[in-house]
Design a binder for this molecule. Structure first.
Ligand SMILES: [Mg+2]
Length: 304
């Protein structure tokens, strides 16, 4: 892509004290506040993750960064800088690129993410974007999937299900919430829900060498999940949607019991925290509901 576009982009990218050398040299130079960095990468492809014909390129630009922010949030880390690579269809390449960045840059600014570089290519193929995001852990260190302990309560942010109706584009990554929780309470493990609440919870529990027991009556079900369930007889219940739809990009946290009780009663975040179950010694996923014996629950969600 022509030098003129690089100029166009450089004029729009916010300056950051973390970036000593950004767009314009052969590589970026980043200053990190500590010895550890977290690094994550996510690719979105036309025809797989969205249909460009019916999607809005600004929303795709926002989402491409937001999914990476959600992964950094799932480590309870602070995002610092991103490198962004685009493969643009030859026809309308410049317009697509400008629309993409018009969607992405406001979110980058909101979360203080420096756009430090990347690559912008054109080809006779579909639109593809890859973003690699660099972050740094808080004082308490990054939260891993594997830190959960038997007896931890399982807390979630927000609501689940039906993201296909719009929230999969417009969700807010839980960056500030995750860092606050990690710094103030005993958060042992975390994951963000990209593929489905039951599946991602199962992954956290398995990584922690535990099982998880979910109280089905406590799952926060979104209005969109109800809408989907009522819209079609074949689509399953609102609870099914909440357990398996995916792309909620909410946090699932394994929290020490006293910390969890304090968080649920004080609700310190701008998004609700709900207790949906606990980690148990028996491996696998278990469902409990009022008046019923405990039974296995099959983890469901999006699997590649
Ligand atoms: Mg993730």
């Amino acid at each position: 892509v022509e030098a003129e576009f690089i100029e166009w982009l450089r004029d729009r990218v916010a300056a950051s004290s973390a970036v000593l050398t950004g767009i314009g040299d052969d590589a970026a130079i980043i200053r990190l506040p500590g010895p550890l960095a977290v690094l994550t990468s996510d690719m979105l492809m036309d025809g797989v993750d969205f249909e460009l014909e019916s999607a809005d390129m600004r929303r795709i630009g926002r989402k491409a960064l937001a999914v990476n922010l959600s992964d950094v949030a799932a480590m309870a880390c602070r995002p610092v800088a991103a490198v962004i690579s685009l493969a643009l269809p030859l026809s309308r390449a410049r317009w697509y690129a400008e629309e993409f960045y018009a969607g992405l840059l406001p979110l980058a600014e909101k979360y203080s993410v420096a756009v430090a570089g990347g690559d912008t290519n054109t080809w006779n193929g579909p639109f593809v974007v890859n973003i690699t995001l660099l972050g740094t852990p808080p004082q308490a260190g990054p939260a891993l999937r594997s830190g959960g302990q038997v007896g931890d309560e399982i807390l979630v942010t927000g609501e689940f299900g039906g993201s296909i109706l719009g929230r999969h584009f417009d969700f807010e990554p839980r960056v500030a919430e995750a860092i606050w929780l990690r710094e103030h309470e005993e958060v042992h493990a975390a994951i963000d829900v990209s593929d489905g609440l039951s599946l991602d919870l199962f992954r956290l529990a398995a990584a922690s060498s535990c099982g998880a027991e979910i109280d089905l009556s406590q799952i926060p079900i979104s209005a969109a999940a109800h809408e989907l369930a009522e819209g079609s007889e074949s689509s399953g219940s609102a609870l099914d949607h909440a357990l398996s739809d995916g792309e909620d990009f909410e946090l699932v946290l394994a929290v020490e019991a006293e910390s969890a009780a304090r968080l649920v009663s004080s609700q310190p975040l701008s998004v609700p925290l709900t207790r949906i179950g606990r980690l148990v010694a028996e491996p696998g996923l278990w469902q409990i509901s009022p008046g019923n014996p405990r039974a296995p629950l099959k983890p469901r969600g999006w699997e590649y």
